[in-house]
Ligand binder design. Structure first.
Ligand code: 5GP
Ligand code: MN
Length: 336
């Protein structure tokens, strides 16, 4: 789980550090990045969080988000910081390609790369790897990195606790998924003790839809959902025109796929979105249906057993048809 311990002492002296995470950060990506950011800063390091893209508006309250450097807005500065960093943290991704436009900058940077992550099949690019695919969220690993690896639990401030709580909450679907162990609840209790205002975080994340976003959801439920009872599967396919009509922005489609999974009896849910260059695919499943295998084998992606993603450069209808043609291969586990 922890590989490359000898590197840990590097944090004993103030260092230039850059924290990176995956493209289009979700609650866990941003929460773990900012939680670690606050802790490293409190230890005297010079720290920056560099993102390849902006983050959804439902995360636009997290302590420290105003300090984040977004590559498309500050490319030169981001490139310089990555080139000068002694340590580059790689959070919530295990494949460098998930950093999108930052990938070549991270690959070419001379600094030590430290991976903290919970995705399957990690690539071998990090000198230090703190990795556990059983962890519910990268934010959970940041918590144990601080409290167990560095034995510095008392340094977890309300700001850090807030960011980590948000990361764990979003990656566990508000403590619903199978990954929500008693250890997760113990960590959550200690984050609340450290000052995370749990009810406020839920409020900020879940009660922040725009009117357009809610109408978009209603539109998708009425017009874009297809249930395939023979395979206990449900699909949303969302076209470019649909996105334009409702002025859909980053994060507005977050959680949509779960509505397909909430149909009684459905064990596999898919969301296909026609983004600017690619069709983006999100898969969710129940039990042992391997979303990650399907994404890896057929859609250039990967992820967790019950939640994964991928993409395709084909037409929307072609990608949907390809997905449907794969279902017979999984008929036995889909219908058991
Ligand atoms: P989402 O469906 O919310 O975009 O992603 C769900 C999970 O799937 C993510 O946490 C991540 O683990 C994985 N994932 C999403 N997109 C990709 C992708 O393009 N490539 C890989 N390898 N994993 C992805
Ligand atoms: Mn995560």
């Amino acid at each position: 789980m922890l590989k490359g311990q000898r590197h840990l002492q590097l944090l004993a002296e103030p260092k230039k550090i850059v924290i990176t995470t995956h493209h289009k950060p979700d609650g866990d990506a941003l929460g773990s990045s900012l939680g670690l950011y606050h802790w490293l800063k409190s230890k005297g390091h010079s720290v920056e969080v560099v993102l390849s893209s902006d983050f959804p508006t439902f995360l636009d309250w997290m302590p420290g988000r105003e300090d984040v450097i977004i590559y498309p807005h500050a490319a030169e500065e981001a490139a310089r910081l990555l080139a000068e960093a002694a340590i580059i943290f790689c959070l919530d991704y295990s494949a460098l390609s998930r950093t999108n436009i930052l990938e070549p900058l991270i690959v070419n940077a001379p600094g030590d790369k430290w991976m903290i992550d919970h995705h399957l099949d990690p690539e071998d690019f990090a000198s230090l790897r703190y990795w556990d695919s059983n962890a519910a969220a990268t934010a959970q690993l940041i918590y144990t990195f601080i409290s167990e690896v560095y034995e510095d639990k008392d340094a977890i401030t309300a700001e850090i606790a807030t960011c980590l709580y948000a990361g764990i909450m979003t990656d566990t679907g508000s403590f619903r998924f199978r990954s929500t162990t008693s250890a997760v609840h113990h960590i959550i209790a200690s984050l609340i003790e450290a000052g995370a205002r749990n009810w406020e975080i839920h409020e900020q994340i879940y009660n922040s839809s725009t009117e357009n976003r809610l109408k978009f959801l209603g539109y998708c439920l009425l017009n874009c959902l297809e249930v395939i009872p023979a395979y206990n599967t449900a699909i949303f396919s969302v076209s470019k025109e649909d996105l334009q009509k409702f002025e859909v922005t980053t994060g507005d489609t977050e959680g949509l796929v779960n509505y397909a999974l909430s149909v009684k009896g459905i064990r596999l849910a898919a969301l296909f979105i026609d983004r600017t260059e690619l069709i983006k695919l999100s898969l969710r499943s129940i039990g042992d249906i391997p979303c990650n295998e399907i994404c890896k084998k057929y859609f250039n992606g990967g992820g967790h057993l019950n939640a994964s993603g991928g993409s395709s450069s084909e037409e929307l209808s072609q990608v949907v048809n390809k997905f449907k043609s794969i279902l017979p291969e999984y008929k036995e586990i889909l219908t058991k």
